[in-house]
Design a protein around this ligand. Structure first.
Ligand code: ADP
Ligand code: MG
Length: 298
């Protein structure tokens, strides 16, 4: 017996390393005409590494002490940046104190009690903006310098005071530019980059892959708002992401696809389909074969 077209499309998607959860998913993927891509862990490999460790003077912390403090707080987090910080501490063979009362805010950072201190690690724009802690010229300059170099700056606060900044870098996935071009051709418009990261690092990376429409500094709900905006304009949106911060946007989109290997559990659960082989080329491939299947069904 021959398989119905949408079911054989599922099988074909599997061959491209995409696990689609249902035939309905394949049908929807075939109608997509706008694509929203996350940055960290989606366009990039999601295996970022720490490039800079900068303690601010006057807090009694050297590089190792700053890194150990940040890593202790990040230890329970599954965010790629958290893994980068913990790996860097391990590489220096630092001993990490136990963290208590860990909390994480998607798109923002983490908080925990380490050795009796409240430690927060995360987005400088978000952690330092309100209340004028950014008025501390030392942090502002360190953050700006790192971001100008295309890095993601991570702020470390102890009991509310900025005590240092970490610089993190991440490699583009191979084939990112080609996948962006293929998606642009398929949908008739260039994909858009939605990221919680800073505008400078995001803009630099977007230029490398041929994306001109970048929305940076977004919280999870801002990513949802962007998706809804396009839907309201009549578009059928494919959102691709890997982190818990992407899960709401994936759920709001007509099609939500998770980049698998680095993906968080919540994102994998929320997604309609998962790119298990971690290749961006799978995205245009699966849109193409879903369209073919739809033509056979309709
Ligand atoms: P993206 O949208 O590019 O995948 P995220 O939304 O996951 O990025 O993160 C946005 C920003 O929030 C990061 O650039 C970082 O500044 C901050 N952030 C989020 N989680 C963490 C964490 N666990 N440790 C440090 N910074 C974090
Ligand atoms: Mg991400």
């Amino acid at each position: 017996a021959t398989m119905p077209p949408l079911l054989s499309a599922i099988a074909n998607a599997g061959r491209h390393g995409v696990l689609a959860k249902s035939a309905v998913v394949m049908e929807r993927l075939g109608r997509v005409d706008a694509v929203a891509l996350d940055k960290t862990g989606t366009l990039t490999e999601g295996a970022p590494y720490v490039t800079d460790v900068r303690p601010l003077p006057g807090h009694g912390l050297d590089e190792d002490a700053l890194l150990a403090l940040a890593a202790a707080a990040e230890h329970p987090s599954e965010h790629p940046l958290a893994r980068a910080v913990v790996d860097a501490a391990r590489a220096r063979r630092l001993t990490l104190a136990d963290a208590a009362g860990f909390t994480s805010a998607p798109g923002l950072g983490v908080s925990a009690t380490v050795a009796g201190h409240t430690v927060r690690v995360g987005s400088p724009a978000r952690l330092l903006a309100p209340g004028g802690a950014l008025a501390d010229g030392g942090v502002r300059d360190a953050v700006r310098e790192l971001e100008d170099a295309g890095r993601t700056a991570v702020a470390v606060l102890r009991d509310g005071a900025p005590v240092g900044v970490l610089g993190v870098s991440d490699r583009l996935r191979p084939g990112a530019a080609a996948a962006v071009a293929a998606l642009a051709e398929l949908t008739g418009r260039s994909p858009v980059l939605l990221t919680g990261d800073n505008a400078r690092a995001a803009g630099r990376l977007a230029a490398e892959v041929g994306i001109t429409d970048v929305r940076a500094g977004l919280l999870p709900q801002d990513k949802v708002a962007a998706v809804r905006e396009w839907q309201d304009a009549g578009r059928t949106v494919l959102a691709v992401g890997d982190g818990v911060n992407d899960a709401p946007a994936l759920a709001a989109a007509d099609s939500g696809v998770a980049m698998g290997r680095a993906g968080s559990d919540l994102t994998l659960e929320t997604a309609d389909a998962v790119v298990v082989r971690d290749e961006l080329a799978a995205l245009p491939a699966v849109v193409r074969l879903s369209r073919r299947a739809r033509r056979l069904v309709v």
